[in-house]
Ligand binder design. Structure first.
Ligand SMILES: [Zn+2]
Length: 199
């Protein structure tokens, strides 16, 4: 359509590709002004994707460790990194959830050693899941595992925290809150440990 339209003498001669920004649609709602967009100097395709060699503008170029690439190539590359199969992520979530639940029951008995337990279980979750899903990778894996560990640790935390809170409210004595410290540290540590392992 833009080929048949008379050219504005003030307009720069547009390459058909660059002219896509100019809207000549007759369906614009009443009162809506359509401003032709002339490509600014810095939007000209001055770069080339170093994978497919397509000309790209600096705005759409993505700087990767190996150079500038177009959006399509970056997307295609990222899919290669996600090699997990159907049940890998749910399975990872369940393993993380189960181990986290078991560990969370121990914190009232071990006190200070919760620090070692939570970090160790984070490593155990990562190792077991990796073995189970045969080291297939997924960028979402660390989030899924961290979510499993976090959710698994919450019931014990709530069970311990609620009586302490009600005791504090009844007596005004905050000393009972110390029993919540280790479950709370467990929640924070096992979640961050799993997240840090599974990068
Ligand atoms: Zn490309």
């Amino acid at each position: 359509m833009s080929d048949s339209a008379p050219k504005n003498p003030g307009e720069p001669d547009l390459h058909p590709e660059e002219g896509r920004g100019v809207s000549t649609t007759p369906f614009s709602p009443e009162g809506m002004t359509v401003t032709p967009v002339a490509p600014a100097a810095e939007e000209a395709p001055t770069l080339r994707c170093n994978r497919c060699n397509k000309p790209i503008t600096p705005a759409e170029a993505i700087l990767t460790p190996t150079g500038y690439r177009c959006r399509d190539c970056v997307n295609a590359q990222q899919k290669v990194f996600d090699t997990t199969k159907g049940f890998d992520l749910p399975l990872g979530f369940l393993i993380s959830l189960g181990i986290s639940i078991i560990g969370s029951r121990l914190t009232p008995y071990i006190g200070f050693f919760t620090i070692f337990l939570a970090s160790g279980l984070g490593l155990l979750i990562f190792t077991l899941v990796n073995k189970w899903i045969k080291h297939r990778r997924n960028r979402k894996l660390r989030w899924v595992l961290a979510a499993g560990a976090l959710i698994g640790s919450l019931p014990a935390l709530v069970v311990l925290a609620l009586p302490s809170f009600s005791f504090m409210l009844r007596t005004g004595n905050p000393a009972s809150l110390t029993s919540v410290i280790w479950p709370l540290i467990y929640t924070l540590l096992i979640t961050s440990s799993v997240f840090a392992q599974a990068k």
